[in-house]
Every structure is written in C-alpha cells, then in structure tokens.
Design a protein around this ligand. Structure first.
Ligand SMILES: [Zn+2]
Length: 180
C-alpha cells in the first residue's frame, strides 16, 4: 500500500515536472523557441545546393559593407541601406548566393529605417537562430543556402498578415524587377 502511494506520488511528480519543463521551454530563449509559429532551430538547415566559401572568397565577392553584414553579423545604419523605399514589384535575393529571400508584395513600411517584410519568399529559404548579443534576446534571420546573416525577426509586424516583421539589411539584398 505504502509502495503504491510512493509510486503514484512519483508519477504525479514526473507529470508535474514534465508539464513544468514544457511550459518553461515555450517561454525561455532556447533551442525550442518559436516566433509566429516558426521554429528557432539554431541549426543550419540541410540543402542540396548549400554554398560554402572561405573568408577570403567572401571578401573577394562582397563589398566591405556586405561582408560586414552577411559574414560578420553586422547591421547597416538605419535609413542608409539599399531598397528601403523601393516600391517596385519583384524579388529580393541574397547577395551572397542569389537565393530568393523576399517578394515585394510582402514588403511593408515599418518606419524603422530597414526594409521590412512580413514573410519570406519561402519559409525554407531562411532559418532562425537565437542571438543574445548586446544583452538582448533576438531572433537572427539567416539565408539557408549560404548561412549569411540577413537581419532579425520581431513579432510586431502587421497583425492582418503574419504579425511578423523581418527586419532586413538592404545592402545584402539584390532586387530583380518583375518582367511585364
Ligand atoms: Zn545566401
């Protein structure tokens, strides 16, 4: 009888702990995080068309500013990057590997000084990683083909869309206008 009680107590504790662990997991800033229902993976996704280059190769291909953002997680100054006021219809791609990242119809005016989008061209073309630099917890957005740093994603985007704001450095995007 005593044993049964202990067993019941142990099971109850395990369930309680499991519930607690689940709960803390969903609110803590760990690998299990999600933002707008999108998983923060912290792990570069596998792709058949991955692009790997040495630092020297990247430096040769990119301008110093593009290198600083894409390969060294830099941020361009607000209102200074490219494409901020571009309202033309087309596709924005990664300057590092040419993967399409965002469409013009997902771009919106956020007033932040960086090109802002409410969703990527395809969800699998970007991946998210926890960034704890500067004493903040933010979610870094990376290109899934070359793993280049693109910007950050926040959950204060347009509520009639995804509710997300992909805050992207304009200087690491190339733009191709839709053909008429
Ligand atoms: Zn890329």
């Amino acid at each position: 009888m005593k044993l049964t009680l202990i067993a019941i107590a142990a099971v109850a504790a395990a369930i309680g702990f499991g519930y607690y662990a689940l709960n803390t997991n969903s609110t803590s800033n760990t690998d299990g995080d999600t933002i707008g229902g999108i998983k923060v993976t912290n792990k570069s996704p596998e792709r058949k068309d991955k692009v790997f280059k040495t630092d020297a190769e990247w430096k040769k291909q990119l301008t110093p500013e593009q290198y600083k953002i894409l390969r060294a997680e830099g941020t361009e100054a607000a209102f200074c990057g490219g494409h901020l006021n571009n309202k033309e219809k087309g596709i924005y791609s990664c300057v590092g590997c040419n993967l399409p990242l965002f469409k013009s119809d997902s771009k919106f005016e956020s007033g932040t000084g960086w090109p802002s989008f409410f969703q990527p061209f395809k969800q699998e073309n970007v991946w998210l990683k926890v960034d704890k630099s500067f004493g903040m917890t933010r979610y870094e957005v990376l290109c899934s083909r070359c793993d280049g740093h693109l910007g950050h994603v926040f959950d204060d985007g347009p509520t009639d869309k995804t509710g997300l704001r992909y805050c992207i450095n304009g200087d690491i995007l190339t733009f191709k206008k839709d053909e008429k």
